[in-house]
Design a protein around this ligand. Structure first.
Ligand SMILES: Cc1cc2nc3c(=O)[nH]c(=O)nc-3n(C[C@H](O)[C@H](O)[C@H](O)COP(=O)(O)O)c2cc1C
Length: 400
C-alpha cells in the first residue's frame, strides 16, 4: 500500500524547530512527507534539515522544477496538509486565498483535510484580525488547533505556544484516519471530564479509584481533531495535555462539579468520563492521622458526593445540550446500565465492564453505548480512540 502523503507546511515562527520533531514522527510512522517551508521559515531552520529529514527536495517558491508544476501537484496529491507552526501572516494569507509562494499555492490546490497549528505572541493571536481569519478557516472545514499557554519567545508567557509535537502528531493521525474534509464538530464546544477524583482524609491520604484518564483524553483528542473547542476537566491524571485542548485540573468531586458546571454553561455536549467518587470522608484531619499504640483506628465515616451527571442532565445549561455518562460496572453490566441511564436522565450512557485487569489504565476498551431513545451501539474490543469516535458520532447525530 502507498504511504499516506503528508505536506508539512512550515511558516516563519520561532517554533519552526519543533516541526523537525513532528516531521520525524510522521516519517517514522510510515508517512511520505513533503516539507514546504516559507522563505521566512528558512531563517529559523534551513532547507538542508527539511530535505535530509524528509528525503525530498525543498523549495519555497513556485519557480523551482516548474516542469513538474509543483504549485498544483503537491496539494493535489496530498492526503493531509498540516501547517506547523502557522504564523499570523500565514493564517491571514490562507483565509484570504493569497498565493504568493509554494505553501499558499499548495493550500489552495489541496482537497484533503487541512490542519493549522498556530503559534505566535498572545497579542497577535488575540487580535481581531487573526481571530476572524481563524474563524474563516474553521468555517471552511480546516482544523485550527488552539495554541497552548506557556512560555513564548523571550521572557513572555501566555497563550500562543505551539502544542507539543507529539500531540500535534496525534491530531494529524486522527484527522488522516477519518479522512473527512468537513469536520463535524466545528463550531461546537464540548466538555469532557477525565481521570479519577481523590477525596482527602488528611494532608497525605485520600480515597481514590483506578481510573487513569486515558478514555477521557481519547475523547478530548478525537473531538479536537473533529474541529471542536474542547474543555477537558482532568482529575489527577498526570497525562500530557492534548493539543488544542483547554485543560482544567481538579482534585476532588466537589471541585470537578464546579469546573464542569462552569464549562458546561455554553457547551453543546458534556461527556462525563471521569470516575467521580460517590462518597467522601465526612471529616478532613488538618494534620496527619497518627497510629496510636494499642488502639484500633477510628472508623472512616463517609458522606455522599453530589451526583454531577444527574444534575447536569436534569438542568441543561442550554437547550439541545447532549449529556453523556459512563457506567463502569463489575457485574450484570447491561441491566445495571439501563437502570442507571433512566436514573441519571442523560442522553447516552457508555457501559463497560471494569475490573483490576479490565479497562482501567489499559489502552483498549469494549463497551455498549445505550441511548435514552432505546438505541444500543456495541463497540467491539479496540483502542479507546475507537470508542471515543463512536461516542462523537452519536453526539454529532443528536446535535444535528
Ligand atoms: C525572531 C522572530 C520570531 C517570530 N516568531 C513569530 C511567531 O512565532 N509567530 C508569528 O506569527 N510570527 C512570528 N514572527 C514574524 C514572522 O516571521 C513574519 O510575520 C513573517 O512575515 C512570516 O512569514 P510567513 O508567514 O511567510 O512565514 C517572528 C519574527 C521574528 C524575527
Amino acid at each position: 500500500m502507498d504511504k499516506p502523503k503528508v505536506v508539512l507546511g512550515v511558516s516563519g515562527g520561532i517554533a519552526a524547530y519543533k516541526a523537525c520533531e513532528l516531521l520525524r514522527r510522521l516519517t517514522e510512522s510510515g508517512h511520505d512527507v513533503r516539507v514546504v517551508p516559507t522563505a521566512s521559515a528558512l531563517h529559523f531552520v534551513g532547507a538542508a534539515t527539511w530535505s535530509a529529514l524528509s528525503g525530498h527536495p525543498v523549495s519555497t517558491e513556485v519557480w523551482d522544477d516548474v516542469h513538474e508544476v509543483p504549485h498544483v501537484r503537491i496539494g493535489q496529491h496530498a492526503d493531509l496538509v498540516i501547517v506547523a507552526p502557522a504564523t499570523a501572516d500565514m493564517l491571514a494569507k490562507a483565509a484570504h486565498g493569497l498565493a504568493d509562494d509554494l505553501l499558499t499555492n499548495t493550500l489552495l490546490t489541496a482537497r484533503c483535510p487541512v490542519v493549522f497549528a498556530p503559534a505566535m505572541h498572545t497579542e497577535m493571536w488575540e487580535h481581531p484580525a487573526t481571530q476572524e481569519n481563524v474563524a474563516t478557516l474553521r468555517r471552511r472545514g480546516a482544523v485550527v488547533i488552539e495554541p497552548a499557554v506557556g512560555r513564548l519567545t523571550g521572557v513572555d508567557t501566555g497563550k500562543g505556544r505551539l502544542p507539543e509535537p507529539a500531540e500535534i502528531f496525534e491530531v494529524c493521525r486522527r484527522v488522516l484516519a477519518r479522512g473527512v474534509t468537513e469536520p463535524d464538530l466545528v463550531g461546537r464546544h464540548v466538555v469532557v471530564s477525565a481521570g479519577g477524583t481523590r477525596e482527602p482524609l488528611d494532608p497525605v491520604r485520600f480515597l481514590g479509584n483506578r481510573s487513569s484518564g486515558k478514555q477521557g483524553y481519547a475523547l478530548a483528542r478525537t473531538a479536537a481533531a473533529r474541529g471542536a473547542r474542547v474543555t477537558l476537566i482532568a482529575a489527577n491524571t498526570g497525562l500530557p495535555d492534548p493539543a488544542g485542548v483547554d485543560v482544567v485540573p481538579v482534585g476532588t468531586a466537589v471541585q470537578l462539579r464546579e469546573a464542569v458546571l462552569k464549562a458546561a454553561a455554553d457547551a453543546d455536549a458534556v461527556v462525563m468520563a471521569a470516575a467521580v467518587a460517590d462518597f467522601r470522608p465526612e471529616t478532613y484531619a488538618a494534620g496527619k492521622i497518627k497510629k496510636k499504640d494499642d488502639q484500633e483506628p477510628e472508623p472512616i465515616v463517609l458522606v455522599r458526593n453530589p451526583d454531577i451527571l444527574a444534575e447536569i442532565s436534569a438542568d441543561r445549561a442550554r437547550p439541545g445540550q447532549v449529556v453523556v455518562g459512563f457506567a463502569a460496572e463489575t457485574d450484570d453490566v447491561l441491566a445495571n446500565g439501563r437502570t442507571k441511564l433512566r436514573r441519571k436522565g442523560c442522553d447516552l450512557l457508555v457501559v463497560n465492564e471494569v475490573g483490576e485487569r479490565k479497562t482501567f489504565g489499559s489502552e483498549e476498551n469494549e463497551a455498549v453505548v445505550l441511548g435514552a431513545d432505546g438505541s444500543e451501539t456495541p463497540v467491539p474490543h479496540g483502542p479507546k480512540e475507537a470508542l471515543a469516535e463512536t461516542v462523537w458520532d452519536l453526539v454529532a447525530e443528536r446535535l444535528s
